[in-house]
Write a protein that binds this ligand. Structure first.
Ligand code: PLP
Length: 798
């Protein structure tokens, strides 16, 4: 190995070069970790040229750039994705084999970058990948959390949270940009100089940039994900140190770093107030400055901004970016307020992700003005302008002493989008009904999507190989081509290969659960999977109630020909969400009893896997037979897990909620197990007095399952452990678990019957695959480019 340039020709030599010269390791003594880092460097080298060329092409074209602002990017592991997108999988595997290493183990050695809670953050990650695949010039902006989403384990069935520490290891994919810093102010007051308001902040923090290149398929274009970290303006106070106050000497740095220390483990409940608002302003303000710096370097005239810049707010977390942009344009660049407002509105767009009232962000005005006094004044002016333009409006951004971020984001956006057809419709009639009346063209729909590179090609190599052998490789960039599988579904030989791929994926999962968790699963069982955040609206408790009822029915009638079922759960609860944590414990308690019952455990197993993350999703989804998407209708904005299962050949059991509606339309009603109230019926049912009591009285199975929980069958040492859950179910039951139980039970028995016909089931699963092409995030991003951003692909132009 020569000390010359790292070899560009072959990945094998490049790995050895980096092992030696970047990591300083003798191959004879290198650990898996060293090999993984060396491989990551070798892969990164192959991204950099593309990355720089993409940046040059964007500058040359003077094209409109897209800026995707998101508090969360749940990117997971990047090594495999990058290898896949560079089309290096075969060569890399051969190189790794030649070193006598296990390729899969090497890929799995990388820790997940868990910079997100769930669907919203994972969507942002899929979108970044699709933007690069399409060749749309784009930046993602987020926060480089030192500690991503907490690590979950169970102690006696209870969720235990431990800090996540992905940055303890070198994160090879990032490039530190110490030169790209901005100084951001907080607090203070607004003074008047020469008749103009001037914000005089009380304290300052610096934002330091870390860039992660995101390479698209098949390796032709790369964009940047820029993550901000908090740094002190004066990191070290030498005089305090010399005076012997060593801790205080570093206090400023510790405080500044706190801003990017932790991802809030909240999913859809409001919490962590001051630091959370600080984080939101910190990353939004740094991003706006960076956007303006780049724009002014390229174009100059601020009136051109809307033609060159499209900003997307992923939920309201970055909504303060709007007032910040307006503030800079008006206060610092001197544009008249109304013009600054028009320019801001022409640049900014907002994606709404939830209708749950508790998840719609709002801040007390006291806190807001304490932290961002000038922004509160600006919001007042925006509100006043809006009230003048729409004297009949029902409310503004400021309401009863609070700043409502959804209203603010709506007022400052050119387009506001929902994330599934149903959700967008409900936005128009519920949270934004009044705004929609005033601006009937502003709300548009962009149904979510998922990247097929990670969620099929990368995570399910067996199925991908079969697809490629059948219809070629065009589907990877054009997922609708999966339709070309349709004629093969009727071919028994092909269907056998399809079913064999699923069986092999299930066998892999069985090996893994045995190895990692000491649990032997029945490989021939229906793998019935519900993996997602734990939330009452997602109704994991409906699933476990059905499991209890099924167990009881099996005990009553062991000879009834029950098919074997494995119910798999995974998911984290927000640490402060008490009921969600009780649901976790209940599932674990029920699992312990049911799995230990010799009368049924050949037929029913329940497994709750800890620490759900992207890697676990990549492991479970290819092995699933049945996808549980059972939220209360009207509550799940879209879901993206639902799409991943369908794409991997797992039919859905689900309600008419979120994107389930569109999945069912596309895969066909006969390939989807529908149950439950519609969103409209759910609203009406809530008005029926004692709807839960009536449902329980009408269904002995449900009554008995609840009674088993109530009487302590699953918690004999503490019979009233689940008193709150039982009270909730039998009382208000806002999420209508009881009302939907009977129909869920019916649909599950329909699943039993359908699964007994193995060929029929395989056909249904294959049709889910063949008809899921529309759920690609490439399609979603093209929709944003056309309907919202007015952005163009730069690939193939030069
Ligand atoms: N969390 C992770 C790790 C995921 O991969 C996904 C989507 O696949 C989600 C959360 C969102 O799941 P759902 O759409 O089912 O809520």
């Amino acid at each position: 190995m020569a000390r010359d340039d790292p070899p560009k020709s072959g990945i094998r030599d490049a790995i050895l070069w980096h092992l030696t010269y970047t990591l300083g390791k003798d191959p004879d003594h290198a650990q898996l970790f060293d090999w993984r880092l060396a491989l990551s460097h070798a892969v990164r080298d192959r991204i950099v040229d593309r990355w720089m060329e993409s940046a040059r092409a964007t500058r040359r074209a003077g094209a409109r750039r897209v800026y995707y602002l998101s508090m969360e990017f749940l990117i997971g592991r990047l090594l495999q994705d990058n290898i896949v997108n560079l089309q290096l999988a075969d060569e890399t595997q051969a190189a790794v084999d030649s070193f006598g290493l296990d390729y899969r183990a090497l890929l799995l050695d990388e820790p997940d970058a868990a910079l997100g809670n769930g669907g919203l953050g994972r969507l942002a990650a899929c979108f970044m990948e699709s933007l690069a695949t399409i060749g749309c010039p784009a930046h993602g902006y987020g926060i480089r959390y030192e500690h991503g989403l907490f690590r979950q384990s169970f102690a006696a069935g209870r969720q235990v949270e431990a800090p996540e520490d992905w940055l303890v290891q070198p994160f090879v994919w990032q490039f530190e940009r110490p030169e790209a810093r901005f100084t951001l102010g907080f607090g203070g007051h607004v003074a008047t100089h020469q008749g103009k308001p001037v914000w005089e902040p009380e304290s300052f923090v610096q934002s330091e940039a870390f860039d992660v290149p995101v390479i698209g398929w098949p390796g032709n274009w790369a964009n940047t994900l820029r993550l901000w970290a908090g740094r002190a303006v004066d990191p070290f106070d030498l005089s305090r140190f010399n005076a012997g106050d060593f801790t205080a000497a570093a206090e400023a740095e510790a405080l500044a770093r706190t801003i990017s220390r932790v991802l809030y483990p909240q999913d859809s409940t409001e919490k962590g107030k001051r630091l959370r608002l600080t984080q939101e302003y910190f990353f939004s303000a740094a991003s706006i400055r960076d956007i303006l710096r780049r724009f002014e370097g390229e174009h100059g005239d601020l009136r051109l901004l809307p033609r060159k810049v499209a900003i997307q707010l992923n939920d309201t977390h970055p909504a303060i970016a709007g007032p910040e942009l307006l503030r800079i344009l008006h206060d610092e660049r001197g544009l008249p307020f109304d013009e600054a407002l028009d320019i801001t509105r022409a640049c900014v767009n907002y994606t709404n992700h939830t209708l749950l009232p508790e998840a719609l962000e709002s801040w007390g005005e006291g806190l807001f003005s304490d932290l961002l006094p000038r922004h509160l004044q600006i919001i007042e002016r925006i509100d006043a302008a809006d009230a003048r333009a729409h004297p009949d409006r029902r409310g503004g951004a400021r309401d009863q002493g609070r700043v409502r971020m959804g209203e603010l984001a709506f007022m400052l956006s050119n387009r506001v989008n929902g994330v599934s057809a149903l959700h967008t419709g409900l936005m128009k009639t519920t949270v934004f009904a009044d705004r929609h009346r005033l601006h009937p063209d502003r709300i548009v729909n962009q149904t979510n999507g998922v990247t097929p590179r990670r969620w099929l090609l990368g995570c399910n190599p067996r199925l991908s190989r079969l697809i490629c052998e059948t219809i070629g490789r065009g589907w990877i960039a054009d997922l609708e081509q999966l339709q070309r599988l349709e004629p093969h579904v009727a071919d028994d030989g092909w269907l056998g290969r399809f079913a064999a791929a699923k069986a092999a994926n299930k066998a892999d999962l069985c090996d893994w659960t045995l190895r990692e968790h000491g649990v032997a699963l029945a490989p021939d069982a229906i793998f019935d999977v519900q993996i997602k955040r734990i939330h009452e609206y997602k109704r994991q408790h409906l699933n476990i109630l059905e499991a209890i009822a099924l167990w009881q029915a099996m005990r009553d009638d062991p000879g009834a020909g029950w098919p074997t079922r494995v119910k798999i759960f995974a998911g984290k609860a927000a640490p402060g969400y008490v009921l969600a944590k009780q649901i976790i414990r209940l599932i674990n308690d029920v699992a312990a009893v049911v799995n230990a019952d010799p009368a049924t455990n050949e037929r029913l197993q329940i497994l709750y896997l800890p620490n759900y993350n992207v890697t676990l999703a990549e492991r479970l989804i290819p092995a699933a037979d049945l996808s549980e998407q059972i939220s209360t209708a009207g509550k799940e904005a879209s879901g993206t897990g639902n799409m991943k299962f369908a794409l991997n050949g797992a039919p859905t059991i689900g309600t008419l909620d979120g994107a389930n509606v569109e999945i069912r339309e596309r895969v066909g009603a006969e390939n989807f197990f529908l149950f439950g109230l519609t969103a409209e019926e759910a609203e009406a049912r809530r008005l029926v007095p004692d709807h839960a009591g009536r449902a329980i009285a009408a269904d002995p199975r449900l009554a008995r399952a609840i009674e088993a929980i109530r009487s302590g069958s699953f918690s004999p040492d503490e019979p009233d452990r689940y008193g709150d859950i039982v009270a909730n179910l039998t009382g208000a039951d806002y999420f209508l678990v009881c009302s939907d139980f009977a129909d869920y039970w019916r649909a599950q028995r329909q699943v039993d019957r359908a699964y007994a016909d193995r060929d029929g089931w395989a056909r249904m699963a294959a049709r889910n695959l063949a008809r899921s092409g529309w759920f690609s995030s490439d399609r979603a991003i093209r929709g944003y480019m056309q309907d919202i951003w007015g952005a163009q692909s730069l690939l193939g132009r030069e």
